[in-house]
Design a protein around this ligand. Structure first.
Ligand SMILES: [Zn+2]
Length: 251
């Protein structure tokens, strides 16, 4: 995952060369590449040149471990569990790629979501949904999910552009919502959009206040991904709270 996050947005191969220190080129030996443990044992520094290893690596490793454990406890070892594992893997790669490229202002104007992840994701969503439930209905649901996801994200950006003449929403976010639709169908898209907008606002307002720049291009991908992961684990509870707040619907 860390290899994809560090290389895909720069157009580098994820196969060659093998992992090395970006500062001195020292080849990372297998025992220096054990998730979290190696970072701790190396005290966060390259064994050859002693330069600092990015916090990206242990952060991604810890969060992935937690998410995978949660998937196992919710879905067990099943086809649905496998589908969710791949989906969450993809969401985490997208979230971190968007986040870390947004920090790299030398190379990028704003966060980047590589299309290979979203287009590959839409295809994977369609196929894996069919693997879990091989019915025509599944295919249609997944396909409508892609269209609805794209539309729900593209439309606000389009209206924003009409009004302000500025680009407000990256197309990566549009495709990311298409990917979510492919995996989950169209039904949860609206609540995921609400939740990601809420998270984006809660985090975004202080960030913009600290940066003192109201045009600061905060990446939206990490919020969408986080909202989707929250939905996967706590979706039913969220819908209950949501309906309750609107209709006073007891449950
Ligand atoms: Zn080094």
């Amino acid at each position: 995952m860390n290899v994809m996050i560090s290389r895909l947005p720069y157009g580098k191969s994820i196969v060659h060369p093998s992992s090395m220190c970006p500062i001195c080129g020292h080849k990372i030996r297998f025992y220096e590449n054990i998730p979290v443990l190696s970072f701790v044992l190396l005290r966060g520094r390259c064994s050859s040149c002693k330069s600092k290893i990015s916090f990206q690596y242990p952060l991604v490793e810890i969060l992935t471990g937690i998410c995978f454990l949660m998937i196992y406890s919710k879905f067990g070892i099943s086809l649905l569990g496998l589908k969710m594992l791949i989906f969450v893997f993809l969401l985490l790669v997208i979230a971190f790629t968007d986040f870390f490229t947004s920090l790299d202002t030398e190379n990028f104007e704003c966060g980047v979501i590589p299309v290979v992840l979203t287009r590959g994701g839409m295809l994977a969503g369609l196929i894996l949904s069919l693997v879990v439930k091989p019915e025509l209905k599944t295919l249609i649901n997944s396909f409508i999910g892609i269209l609805a996801g794209g539309l729900i994200m593209w439309l606000p950006g389009f209206i924003y552009k009409l009004i302000t003449k500025k680009e407000g929403m990256g197309f990566g976010d549009v495709e990311l919502f298409g990917t979510i639709g492919a995996f989950l169908g169209y039904k949860p898209l609206f609540i995921i959009l609400l939740l990601s907008s809420f998270l984006g606002t809660v985090v975004g307002i202080p960030v913009i206040a600290i940066k003192k720049d109201k045009n600061y291009p905060l990446p939206f991908g990490p919020f969408i991904s986080l909202a989707t992961i929250v939905y996967i684990f706590y979706g039913e509870a969220l819908i209950k709270i949501y309906l309750n707040s609107i209709y006073g619907y007891g449950g």
